[in-house]
Design a protein around this ligand. Structure first.
Ligand code: NAD
Length: 459
């Protein structure tokens, strides 16, 4: 009841503030984005400390994957915002001349942003940048599973913005459910596919547009024609970053049978190089977010033949970087998104076989291909559908703000980053501007004798 009342109050205040029109001004948007940047700068150590406390996130991963990522997104947005906001003139077809046509980007209004726990700072702030840049007001719902980060975010936002502009509501699913009963102008959700479905159903009730940034099983295909050492290093990095709790982490590996052994050998070498002989003692290796997720991963560990890793410690929520081979497609580890430091390795003989395996699953959020062979690359890109990905690398596609980031099918609806965030949080208003200089009678009634002329125009 309390949350219902709180939401009603916040939304009413935001509605009033929005209608006053200040958020539409370029100067206001730039000023507020600058305030956000300064507020993050001032709390950088606290944010990195909270990420360490919630997820054991190494400082470097906290900086590169969260805070630094947001500085880059803010910088990029501030550099381009003026041009994004400009009306876009478009061509006008002959029958409409001498009118002119253009597209205006206008804010949507009241937006709700819901985030998960794995990059709990970045995944709330990046959509917020888009919402603010596009001139909206916003309510943020951080993940309750990263409570220290949620607390820093709450303090940061409350100290920096009036609640009538940007507000935070804290709590778990009950808060999301209360929020979903209300009418928003846009809902931006990042999280799992099942909860994404709950959000989409609730939003449909109000016909609220949604962006859904979801998950899935992202494959990583290693062709026989590749640089095995660099491929192995980049796969190990992308998989075990944040202890595998990355939405675009390679979920499973499909390796050409002829290179499986040397690839596994190189991966074990890089694991030792990255984390030393005992990753539990490495400063550079994160922890599992909760005991529930630890238990889920522990149940997966007992399947397949463990090539390396497998050690775990429930009290510390530690799961060693683990690679398993000989995993059947029916194993639990191949039935659901892993979202942890376990990498099943499957082998294939022909590209048809690899494509067949990927197609057994819903369209993934990411796909990675390691190959020097152009035909292989082109075939996989043409025949497999996925949100986005890399050739000869992992994860890094999401750090280019020129690229839209989002899923397809069950891995998501819509996209963001850079201008795509601005567009996601804007409505494109189409305008034809007429003139009084001429007023051709051809379109007006009575139509008698006009159709033959109109037929000549509509070609
Ligand atoms: P989640 O779906 O459990 O939770 C996300 C948010 O929804 C949280 O704020 C949570 O409070 C809320 N929530 C949870 N259960 C709910 C319910 N029953 N009703 C209403 N709200 C509910 O996801 P998670 O465990 O926090 O994150 C992991 C998932 O997120 C993975 O599937 C991962 O792939 C995905 N993910 C996707 C991206 C992306 O950018 N596409 C990024 C990170 C994570």
């Amino acid at each position: 009841m309390e949350i219902e009342h709180h939401l009603d109050q916040v939304m009413a205040a935001q509605q009033n503030f929005y209608l006053r029109g200040q958020t539409r001004e370029y100067g206001f948007r730039v000023q507020q984005l600058g305030r956000l940047r300064a507020a993050i700068h001032a709390r950088e150590a606290q944010i990195l400390g909270a990420l360490k406390a919630d997820l054991g996130k190494p400082e470097t991963e906290g900086f590169v994957g969260e805070v630094g990522f947001i500085y880059a997104e803010l910088g990029y947005t501030l550099r381009h915002l003026k041009s994004w906001m400009k009306p876009k003139r478009v061509a006008t077809p002959l029958p409409l001349l001498p009118s002119s046509s253009y597209v205006l980007s206008e804010p949507l209004g009241e937006t709700l942003i819901i985030s998960p726990w794995n990059y709990p700072f970045q995944l709330l702030m990046a959509p917020l940048i888009g919402a603010m840049a596009a001139g909206n007001v916003a309510v943020l719902k951080p993940s309750e599973l990263a409570p220290r980060t949620a607390a820093v975010i709450q303090e940061l936002i409350t100290a920096t913005f009036p609640a009538e502009y940007v507000a935070v509501v804290s709590g778990g699913p009950e808060v999301v459910q209360a929020a979903l009963r209300r009418k928003w102008d846009h809902i931006f959700f990042t999280g799992s596919t099942p909860v994404g479905r709950i959000v989409a159903k609730a939003a449909a009730e109000h016909l609220t547009p949604v962006t859904l940034e979801l998950g899935g099983k992202s494959p990583c295909i290693v062709d026989r024609e590749t640089d095995l050492d660099i491929s192995a290093r980049r796969i190990v990095w992308g998989k075990f970053y944040n202890a595998g709790q990355t939405c675009v982490a390679p979920d499973y590996l499909l390796v050409h049978e002829s290179v499986k052994r040397p690839l596994l050998e190189r991966m074990q070498h890089h694991l030792r190089e990255f984390y030393g002989p005992d990753p539990a003692r490495s400063e550079d290796y994160a922890r599992i977010v909760s005991h529930r997720h630890f238990d889920r991963l522990a149940a997966m560990l007992d399947e397949g033949e463990i090539v390396v890793g497998g050690q775990r410690n429930r009290a510390e929520r530690y799961v060693a970087p683990t690679i398993c081979a000989q995993v059947p497609l029916t194993a639990r580890v191949m039935q659901e998104e892993i979202f942890g430091p376990i990498l099943p390795v499957l082998e294939y003989r022909t590209l048809d076989e690899a494509i067949g395996i990927v197609r057994q699953f819903p369209k993934p959020l990411a796909l990675y291909v390691f190959t020097k062979n152009r035909a292989t690359r082109q075939r996989l890109l043409a025949e497999l559908s996925f949100g986005g990905g890399c050739i000869n690398d992992t994860l890094v596609h999401l750090s280019n703000p020129e690229l839209p980031f989002g899923g397809v099918g069950l891995s998501g609806v819509g996209a963001y980053h850079g201008q795509y965030s601005f567009d996601t949080f804007s409505h494109r208003k189409s305008i034809v501007r007429g003139t009084f200089l001429v007023d051709l009678k051809l379109r007006y009634q009575p139509y008698k004798g006009k159709l033959k002329w109109l037929r000549m125009i509509f070609k």
